[in-house]
Design a protein around this ligand. Sequence first.
Ligand code: GLU
Length: 357
Amino acid sequence: MSKYRNLFCSALVFGFISSGTAIAQVQNQTQTTLPHVAVLATGGTIAGTGASETQTTGYKSGVLTADVLLKSVPSLGKVARVSGEQVSNVGSENITNEILLKLAKRVNTLLAQPDIAGVVITHGTDTLEETAYFLNLVVKSDKPVVVTGSMRPSTAISADGPSNILQAVTVAASPTARGRGVLIVLNDRIGSARYTTKTNANTLDTFKSSDDGFIGTLIDQVPHFETAVAKLQTTQTPFDVSKLDSLPEVDIVYGHQNDGGYMYDAAVAHGARGIVVAGVGAGSESLLTLPSIKKAVDKGVVVVRSSRTGSGYVPEDSAYIGLLGDNLNPQKARVLLMLALTVTNDPARVQEMFQQF
Ligand code: GLU
């Protein structure tokens, strides 16, 4: 009996070793055939460290480098061949137009390489949607570009960074993500850069697409896409960052009760070429501000009305001054207006762009 048991055990051991070798071979083959995803790190909470596992505010963001971020997710090796690069290492409140342009140019260079399947950008969540929408307008490829971040620093208990990186790389490596514009992936959700926005300062489920919905979900690391985006994006826009070293100054002026006009005057005096009004309700402007807004328009500044409510459309209304920002929130309207002003000063053409993109 024991003889048979030994034989059985040896057979098991032999089987384990030989299948182990076979698994190693398959893994090696898979490694070389897996899609290549480039990860560009810019900083943010995802690269942040705190003093203890319970610290989720007041930590330092933008500390860990791209390599460290990627090493924290061993399962990436099953999904893609991943390479990491550091573009910046800052909290996203410190993302400048200069960083945006550097990032966009690098993304376009990488995507033009035949061996690159897709690109992931790790980013602070505070202005993540602005970078994502900027890229959505200037990336010249149908390959997937995915922006991700985290709400908890790397040192926190149940940090969401590693899972978000794995999900972002999974989507970027997926052929089903092609041609959908730039995507925002966090917390199991796949959103379009055009519609997704940060809605809560603290919680993990902060990114929402309140009116238009997410375009997909990740279940068991498999992306499921449901909705196509109707607005034009990436290869369908006229914006070309390859020759740009700077972007026109566009400011946002926030509407409120007893709003004076001097914030508009200050923006114009500072040299703004565009102003986005974060108007109350459906982009309404106070009577007290109209003389300053008119002065700005008379000087050739392009004014666009948007809504400070964060969702909904701005309708035509002869009581107010400015182009209509469609349903873009003020921060995304600013991104589009900056790019629009790189190709035209004609208000009619800018208005058309706000309907198209
Ligand atoms: N303010 C930091 C940033 O945007 C932290 C926010 C975050 O990454 O969640 O980078």
